[in-house]
Design a protein around this ligand. Structure first.
Ligand SMILES: Cc1cc2nc3c(=O)[nH]c(=O)nc-3n(C[C@H](O)[C@H](O)[C@H](O)COP(=O)(O)O)c2cc1C
Length: 359
């Protein structure tokens, strides 16, 4: 493969193609208003990234219910009052030449009471002293994911990505340790993935035919089993439920530690599945032009750029201009991030929550 392969368009099953193989990873930045409305900082950040050359720009995790919140200053998509700011975000992303998506998020048992969150556990003892959700509560969260997707469409986004990673609600339902329900949402893998598939099917039905649906899954911690998630993804691919899978690794080179796929690269476990028209992307320490290309050679269709996008919001354009481009080494000075256009709250978040990022 050649560097130019990174800049080939990628046709998706619905809507417009990505103009290249770079997708902005969802990046929480704690810069939204207390009610979840987008601020000027939110709009400026996605505008910079769109102008920086990404094929698709995703928002940070956006709450589908006000009580599903996990982060201070988190973006919301749970109310029509948030439409105006979301419209501004969608508009600047399109003007910058990228496709746009909102990451739909509910923190589940990880919702933060100090921020107005109400923990919503799949099982009895995931959070000490808390009762498991009843069926009505589950159905309400499911329907709020679907309503939020319609809101994203109304705001002018090309699509959404369902946050199914990191033990948040969708990933919690998939986990055999966090989900020990005995009703139709728990037990067998089919039952544990019902919540996810009802969300995906509901979004497909509720939104226009060219709306793009992504799915982000993580495969570590929270009791998640690689071999089970592989079956879930195989079904999503075969039944054309998603336009793309975003495999959320912390290192795209990661090797499976145990179970039937031990010793293989995590990416290969998913890259070997029949994909149909769906596309596969991976995140995790992709910080150089060279690594981005290797990831395509290892079987992905596109790369997700997270921390390197915080360091260089124009990472794709830099790769195009400089074939051996590498993002700067960490840590960096706050001044550097300021010059790169990060807002004060975003810099503060990087300084306080991400060890070794800011000097
Ligand atoms: C500051 C920061 C905020 C993040 N916010 C989100 C988020 O809102 N949703 C999500 O799914 N992942 C989030 N992640 C994970 C990234 O999307 C990405 O998967 C991870 O950082 C690995 O990619 P990287 O090595 O390129 O940073 C975040 C990561 C960072 C560093």
């Amino acid at each position: 493969m050649m560097q130019s392969n990174l800049f080939e368009p990628l046709v998706l099953a619905h809507g417009q193609p990505m103009k290249n193989r770079f997708m902005l990873a969802p990046l929480t930045n704690q810069q939204s208003a207390p009610d979840g409305s987008a601020t000027r900082f939110d709009v400026e950040w996605v505008e910079r990234c769109a102008q920086g050359g990404y094929g698709l720009v995703q928002t940070c995790a956006a709450t589908v219910q006000s009580t599903g919140r996990a982060f201070k200053g988190q973006l919301g998509i749970h109310s029509d009052t948030q439409l105006e700011g979301l419209k501004r975000m969608a508009t600047v992303i399109r003007a910058g030449g990228a496709l746009s998506g909102v990451q739909l998020h509910h923190a589940g048992h990880r919702a933060q009471p100090a921020l107005g969150g109400v923990p919503a556990p799949a099982s009895e003892d995931a959070v000490a002293g808390l009762r498991a959700m009843n069926i009505d509560q589950i159905v309400e969260i499911r329907d709020d994911f679907i309503r939020a997707a319609r809101r994203a469409q109304q705001a002018g986004f090309d699509g959404v990505a369902v946050h199914g990673a990191f033990g948040f609600v969708v990933s919690e339902f998939l986990s055999p340790t966090l989900n020990r329900r005995q009703d139709r949402y728990g037990g067998s893998l089919e039952n544990r993935s019902r919540f996810l598939f009802e969300i995906l099917d509901g979004i497909r039905q509720a939104c226009k035919p060219d709306f793009q649906i992504g799915l982000r899954l993580s495969v570590e911690r929270y009791g998640l089993r690689v071999e089970e998630l592989r079956d879930v993804v195989a079904a999503a691919f075969q039944q054309s439920k998603i336009d793309y899978l975003d495999l959320a690794l912390w290192d795209s080179k990661q090797v499976v530690m145990d179970g039937p796929f031990a010793g293989r690269s995590m990416l290969s476990v998913f890259a070997n599945l029949a994909r149909g028209q769906a596309r596969l992307g991976v995140a995790g320490k992709i910080r150089s032009a060279r690594r981005a290309l290797e990831v395509l050679e290892e079987g992905a269709d596109f790369v997700l750029i997270g921390r390197a996008a915080i360091l260089n919001s124009d990472f794709p354009n830099r790769v195009r201009q400089t074939p051996d481009f590498r993002a700067p080494e960490l840590p960096v000075h706050a001044d550097y991030l300021r010059q790169e256009g990060l807002s004060p709250p975003f810099i503060n978040y990087m300084r306080t929550a991400w060890d070794g990022f800011v000097i």
